[in-house]
Ligand binder design. Structure first.
Ligand code: ADP
Ligand code: ZN
Length: 619
């Protein structure tokens, strides 16, 4: 188990081989002692102005790669970013560190825009953040020309590709950059790109002999768990209880689901709120702000939430339903543990969600006249996701393989498989035989719901009308909870031992493998989650070693106060990793803060004394 920082040290010389100038900038603004392996190369490309495509997982440290070069070279670069919230957070964080940067976006009025433009003209900023649709306006192009901008960074570059999971038409126009500024270098950044998407980015942007830097996708600090979806509300609440007072995100498919889950959590005493694209912009912003200010701990959201979320101390990401691709899963779980500390990702899986997604995709393809091959590619991505969730192997290895990497090591110690939390159900084959023969008895004419009714011996009107209470399979599994039975049916579908037709009224059908199982020619392994007793895994324990947890809480409170005074989100002030280091080393003089990672010069001047005071009063 290697953390990012260990990987960094392992990269070679102190500072990861960075030059003195780069190190000076790192210390001054961020209080960092060195670079991670790929950052070094990406920064070099930025300094040499060679086009580049940098692929690193969320939390890998992409932003530093485009922040450092202009500061070292004393120039102004442009960063294209898709969302206002994302730009604002970055600019806030940079300014707090004393790094001059600005954003121009549609949330600003004419006056503000003019002020920023004037500031920029003086050349005092190192970075200008801008949305793609504004970049190509005559006014902005004029500014770019006047400032003699020689380097562009494209954040979330996968948005340019329709093969990716987050295509944005406005990114397409970025293809013009190379023709308009043939002498400027372009640096594309993304967290999620398969081979195909990577090629597409290079081609669309017209990158010239780019340095292609692909980081390891593995996030060693994330603990991945996949659980069969049974009583999902209760399962979510139980997971969140393990993270009391910590930040979590719950993702689900529909707006209705987010609201229903949020209501349930609130009724369980959790500080939670829903977030989805159907809410008023104001309400959405309020939820986002309250989450950033640590007034709520849990946001239950559709995918609409997260791109603008930079809270680095998210300790838990829950998927109440299957995401529609491994890319989405990687990106959504990637929001956990960006500070490098352990975080947990739990996916509640049911094959029913696969079917739900397929229907949604088909409907939306029909409505928006999507080309058949794009729909097909979407379904393929979904199928890969389903496979990830259902194949029992190390999750870290599974994700690495998907992104074309070989996972080093045999046991990650941070997934349900390696922690041996999944076990086979006793008498799986017999159970499967009973389920399959029930499908045969109802003549393969009914759906999951009805088959489960018959197996569990429900005395519904429909069962009686059809005379199904007289079937030999009626009630043969009445001791198994309904939710477990439903899950077993879907496990059989997943394993290809049972078919479920598509369409409005899907029915269960038998295939050749079903008959093989029923004849006793084939063994079946059904899975279930083992009850786990321990609250924290070994890795989580290790991250708290020597940390005074009460002091950590006091420091968090102080951080909230400072953030509120400045009107910025708490995580912009100091990261959890820095707070834990403080709560373990307990420096009592301001000078000593220089040795704490994440404390740059400006922050030491601005609130170093208050931090030290907090530590002293605690003792
Ligand atoms: P990304 O944009 O790739 O998602 P970020 O740039 O937000 O990732 O970086 C993730 C976290 O890692 C941040 O908390 C950042 O401060 C930290 N970080 C980045 N580079 C370094 C480094 N060289 N040393 C220590 N911490 C770093
Ligand atoms: Zn593993």
């Amino acid at each position: 188990m290697k953390s990012f920082e260990e990987a960094m040290v392992g990269a070679g010389a102190a500072g990861g081989g960075a030059s003195e100038e780069v190190l000076a900038v790192l210390r001054r603004f961020w209080g960092f002692e060195g670079l991670r392996p790929l950052q070094l190369e990406a920064i070099q490309a930025g300094l040499e102005q060679r086009d580049s495509l940098v692929v690193m997982p969320t939390g890998g440290g992409k932003s530093l790669c485009y922040q450092v070069p202009p500061a070292v070279a004393g120039r102004t670069d442009v960063v294209v970013s898709p969302l206002i919230a994302l730009m604002k957070d970055q600019v806030d964080a940079l300014r707090l560190s004393g790094y001059p940067a600005a954003a121009i976006h549609s949330g600003m009025d004419q006056m503000e825009v003019r002020d920023v433009e004037r500031d920029l003209a003086s050349g005092r900023h190192h970075l200008i953040f801008v949305a793609p649709e504004r970049l190509l306006t005559p006014r902005f192009l004029d500014l770019v020309a006047r400032l003699k901008v020689s380097s562009f960074a494209i954040d979330e570059a996968h948005c340019i590709s329709q093969w990716g999971h987050d295509f944005r038409p406005e990114y397409r126009r970025l293809a013009e950059l190379k023709t308009r500024f043939p002498n400027a270098s372009i640096h594309a950044y993304t967290a999620t790109a398969t081979e195909r998407v990577r090629g597409d980015i290079v081609e669309q942007l017209g990158l010239n002999d780019p340095a292609v830097l692909v980081g390891s996708f593995d996030r060693p600090n994330l603990l991945y768990r996949v659980r069969p979806k049974l009583d999902v509300n209760a399962q979510i609440a139980e997971t969140i209880r393990r993270h009391k007072g910590e930040a979590s995100i719950v993702y689900s498919i529909s707006r209705k689901d987010t609201e229903q889950i949020a209501r349930y959590l609130v009724s369980e005493g959790v500080r939670a709120a829903a977030y989805h694209a159907g809410m008023e912009a104001d309400e959405r912003r309020r939820t986002q702000d309250r989450f950033a200010a640590e007034e709520i701990d849990v946001v239950v959201a559709t995918v609409a939430f997260g791109m603008g979320i930079d809270r680095s101390d998210i300790r838990c990401v829950i998927h109440a339903a299957l995401p529609k691709s491994i890319e989405s899963y990687q990106q959504e779980t990637g929001r956990a543990g960006r500070d490098g500390l352990p975080a947990e990702c739990v996916l509640f899986y049911s094959a029913a969600d696969v079917i739900r997604w397929r229907n949604l995709m088909e409907r939306s393809a029909e409505e928006s006249a999507t080309p058949a091959e794009v729909l097909e590619s979407g379904k393929q991505l979904l199928e890969e996701m389903r496979r990830f969730a259902t194949v029992v192997r190390c999750r870290h290895a599974g994700l690495s393989a998907y992104f074309g990497e070989t996972y080093q090591g045999t046991s990650c110690g941070a997934c349900d498989f390696c922690l041996a939390e999944v076990e086979g159900v006793a008498d799986s084959t017999v159970l499967a035989q009973k389920v399959l023969s029930c499908v045969a008895r109802v003549e393969q004419r009914f759906g999951v719901e009805h088959v489960v009714d018959v197996l569990s011996g429900a005395s519904s009107e429909r069962v009686r009308r059809l005379g199904h209470e007289k079937l030999s399979t009626y009630g043969i599994l009445k001791d198994v909870p309904r939710k477990t039975l439903t899950n077993i049916v879907y496990q059989l579908v997943d394993a290809g031992l049972l078919e479920r037709t598509s369409g409005d009224r899907p029915t269960l059908r038998l295939n050749a493998s079903s008959w093989e199982v029923m004849r006793g020619g084939r063994a079946v392994t059904l899975l279930q989650a083992k009850e786990s007793k321990s609250k924290r895994t070994r890795i989580e324990e290790a991250s708290w070693r020597d940390v005074d947890e009460a002091l950590f809480e006091s420091l968090r409170k102080l951080r909230r106060e400072i953030a509120a005074e400045r009107g910025v989100p708490a995580y912009v002030i100091l990261h959890d990793a820095t707070l834990r280091e403080l709560a373990s080393i307990k420096p009592t003089i301001v000078e000593a803060l220089r040795h704490i990672r994440g404390f740059g010069e400006r922050k030491i001047t601005d609130f170093g004394a208050r931090v030290v005071e907090c530590i002293k009063t605690h003792q």
